[in-house]
Write a protein that binds this ligand. Structure first.
Ligand code: ADP
Ligand code: ADP
Ligand code: ZN
Length: 214
């Protein structure tokens, strides 16, 4: 199954992705994670991406499209894949359609995780990530048993630089102007499924599981 996770920053895409990969056994392709990995390694791509990410802006389409096209050629995507945080603009969505049609593939389902803007700031500013295993927790909504320490691997938890309130506001503006139009794009293609992302993590996961059974 070829899945896209759509939704504003902080909607819970990454959190739900970790459940979906277990269920569907497909690789989790997060463009944000790929950029952060490149930043950590100090690659040319990382340096370029960081200059946009720090400002809360989207990385230019041609950079992201190239990256995803390459990633979709890996062997592990043969039995399906899940895209998280891509596409984020109409240009990216159209480039993806074209790239997939060349390899006789298509998107089966787009899970649109909907959350009101007023909840998102709280979710993002409270987000904490494990330095070691990448697990995502939340200071209030999904707290670790010991403050600052990952439950899974005891790694140290940190806050992403772009998760500070000022940058978050810019990211939400980018989402509304550039990413939101994708909801209609995929609705017209008949693959959109709306998920109520305002409920608890487990309830949202349940709704997604039901949607993926259809
Ligand atoms: P979130 O889901 O919280 O917005 P991500 O990890 O998906 O976070 O993305 C972090 C940042 O990486 C974005 O703000 C943007 O700068 C960049 N980015 C990730 N995916 C894309 C994309 N498809 N197009 C452009 N920029 C992207
Ligand atoms: P995204 O990948 O869409 O940016 P994340 O999955 O990283 O979002 O979630 C953002 C923050 O909100 C994280 O700290 C996460 O633990 C928390 N979170 C995710 N889903 C929920 C939920 N349904 N209710 C409350 N908090 C949530
Ligand atoms: Zn960890």
């Amino acid at each position: 199954m070829n899945i896209i996770l759509l939704g504003p920053p902080g909607a819970g895409k990454g959190t739900q992705a970790s459940f979906i990969v277990e269920l569907k056994k497909v690789p989790h392709i997060s463009t944000g994670d790929i950029f952060r990995q490149n930043i950590k390694e100090g690659t040319k791509l990382g340096v370029e991406a960081q200059s946009y990410m720090d400002k809360g802006l989207l990385v230019p389409d041609e950079v992201v499209v190239k990256l995803v096209e390459d990633r979709l050629n890996w062997q592990d995507t043969k039995g399906g894949f899940m895209l998280d945080g891509f596409p984020r603009t109409l240009t990216q969505a159209e480039a993806l359609e074209e790239a997939l049609s060349k390899i006789q593939k298509r998107i089966d389902v787009v899970l649109n995780i909907a959350v009101d803007a007023n909840l998102l700031i709280d979710r993002i500013t409270g987000r904490r990530i494990c330095k070691n295993c990448g697990a995502t927790l939340h200071a209030k909504y999904n707290p670790p048993s010991k403050e600052g320490v990952c439950d899974k691997c005891a790694g140290a938890l940190y806050q992403r630089d772009d998760d500070k309130e000022e940058t978050v506001k810019k990211r939400l503006v980018e989402y509304e102007s550039k990413t939101q139009p994708l909801i209609d794009f995929y609705r017209q293609k008949g693959v959109l499924v709306n998920i109520d992302g305002q409920r608890g993590i487990k309830e949202v996961a349940q709704e997604i599981f039901e949607a993926l059974k259809q």
